[in-house]
Design a protein around this ligand. Structure first.
Ligand SMILES: [Zn+2]
Length: 132
């Protein structure tokens, strides 16, 4: 489910369903016809991309609203592959997706070093846990 949530976050952000900055009362934002159409397109695309997708429309809407508000959940990029991750642990500076967590540390560090722009972005690793 966490990978599905991350896929939805990526699709929704690319389609403009999730605003670039946090919004209050995101329920109002998705009530508009234009955003509603993009929301439906996002849900359809999610089902086309994720084979065996299990998230219902209700779960999908709750996730998108939560990601738009960024109070409980947010999304970040994996520190090694730049894949999108849905996260619920504010304050961590480096995130790793489930795939990159399986890479041995000595092989992972060169990948991370290539992607990190400055040493100040290094911090404790954080891992995405199950969201549902
Ligand atoms: Zn990764």
């Amino acid at each position: 489910m966490q990978s599905e949530a991350s896929a939805i976050a990526d699709i929704a952000a690319r389609l403009g369903v999730i605003p670039t900055a946090p919004v209050k009362n995101a329920h109002r934002l998705i009530a508009g016809v234009e955003v509603g159409e993009r929301l439906c397109r996002c849900f359809e695309l999610y089902h086309q991309i994720v084979h065996g997708a299990t998230m219902t429309m209700e779960q999908f809407i709750l996730l998108v609203v939560s990601l738009a508000e960024r109070r409980i959940l947010s999304f970040e990029y994996c520190g090694a592959c730049r894949g999108v991750l849905v996260v619920d642990c504010p304050g961590a500076k480096r995130w790793l997706c489930p795939t990159c967590r399986k890479i041995p540390q000595d092989a992972l560090e060169p990948l991370v070093a290539k992607l990190i722009d400055s040493p100040s972005t290094e911090g404790p690793a954080a891992y995405q846990e199950s969201l549902f």
